[in-house]
Ligand binder design. Structure first.
Ligand SMILES: Nc1ncnc2c1ncn2[C@@H]1O[C@H](COP(=O)(O)OP(=O)(O)O)[C@@H](O)[C@H]1O
Ligand SMILES: CC(=O)N[C@@H](CCC(=O)OP(=O)(O)O)C(=O)O
Length: 299
């Protein structure tokens, strides 16, 4: 086939995928580990703009754990993680807010805006979009658990043609409170549930979830995840990610995927090609619950 015909064929091949997702909302969790080079960030922005131009509604929830740790180290503020969640002291919370709401949120918003998207950067604290309380009765300091997400407000922004870019900071019911540091995977999952998203994609720095031998696990459900967590195959930052995927698919989101954010155009590859990449999470336990499994596997 001639090169120009190949180009047209690529567009034609994307039609069924575009049709499937047209008008649907997709939450993209943009992990700190995937925000590495300027080139990759450009490709990410191109993917988001393309989604938006073909009638898909992207919502970005971003992380930035690596950047927070880098700054904490420079400031000689110690911090630790328990099962993938940072324990957040008062000083750490100040850095978390500066990095997530100040630096990363505005960088991503500006990047998308410069690519022609109508992006709007907000933190979960703005208008109390993400409400939170202390995780495990304060054992994690200012790390929070989400009690509610105002999906109506986010959906209104989408209706106005905006691409919301959300920093995972939770609002407290108490006045003069610094807010809560929320793991971005958890925030992405709860946002996806609250806005009735079709899908949630987690962009990270591995090809997906790996087994002990380093092989990619293509498809996981609740039981598989529990087994892999119990035997230590899934650890560290992957724990909140898989928990968030399971939480999403058992609470109204059709499918969740963990994909390699280091691969250029990983979002387009996942959504617009038949191959798919990374690890997908779908409910396998209940084939008679009215879910069309064949359709689900292809969605
Ligand atoms: N079974 C596993 N498969 C893949 N990665 C795993 C696994 N268990 C732990 N990890 C770790 O989880 C990391 C991804 O989590 P994290 O660093 O928090 O990423 P992000 O910043 O994208 O949220 C991987 O880089 C890897 O070191
Ligand atoms: C409570 C908690 O763990 N908060 C995270 C928030 C940022 C985050 O989740 O960033 P990534 O997605 O890049 O890992 C943290 O402090 O690192």
């Amino acid at each position: 086939m001639q090169a120009k015909h190949q180009k047209v064929q690529t567009l034609l091949d994307a039609i069924p995928h575009i049709k499937k997702f047209y008008g649907k909302t997709i939450v993209i969790k943009y992990g700190g580990s995937a925000q590495t080079s300027p080139e990759l960030k450009e490709k990410f922005a191109e993917d988001i703009v393309l989604l938006s131009l073909v009638g898909i509604k992207p919502v970005i929830v971003h992380g930035g754990g690596a950047r927070i740790s880098e700054l904490l180290n420079k400031l000689e503020i110690h911090s630790e993680f328990v099962d993938g969640h940072r324990v957040t002291s008062e000083d750490t919370m100040r850095v978390v807010e500066m990095v997530l709401s100040g630096e990363i949120n505005k960088n991503i918003t500006s990047l998308l805006t410069h690519h022609g998207a109508k992006a709007i950067g907000i933190s979960g604290k703005d208008s109390g979009i993400i409400k939170a309380t202390p995780k495990e009765n304060g054992k994690f300091g200012y790390t929070g658990v989400i009690t509610s997400v105002d999906g109506t407000l986010i959906n209104n922004l989408i209706k106005e043609g905006f691409i919301p870019v959300i920093a995972p900071i939770g609002d407290s019911a108490e006045p003069n409170h610094p807010g809560f540091n929320i793991n971005a995977d958890v925030a992405a999952s709860k946002v996806a549930q609250a806005i009735g998203a079709q899908k949630v994609l987690f962009l990270t720095d591995t090809v997906g979830v790996l087994d002990k031998e380093g092989n990619l696990l293509n498809s996981l459900d609740k039981k598989d995840v529990q087994n892999y967590k119990d035997n230590g195959t899934i650890a560290g930052g992957m724990i909140p990610k898989v928990d968030s995927c399971i939480d999403a698919i058992y609470n109204g989101v059709n499918k969740a995927h963990i994909i390699d954010g280091r691969v250029e155009h990983s979002i387009l590859l996942e959504l617009f090609t038949s191959d798919g990449i990374g690890t997908q999470f779908l409910r396998k336990d209940n084939p008679n619950n009215g879910i069309d499994m064949e359709k689900l596997l292809n969605d």
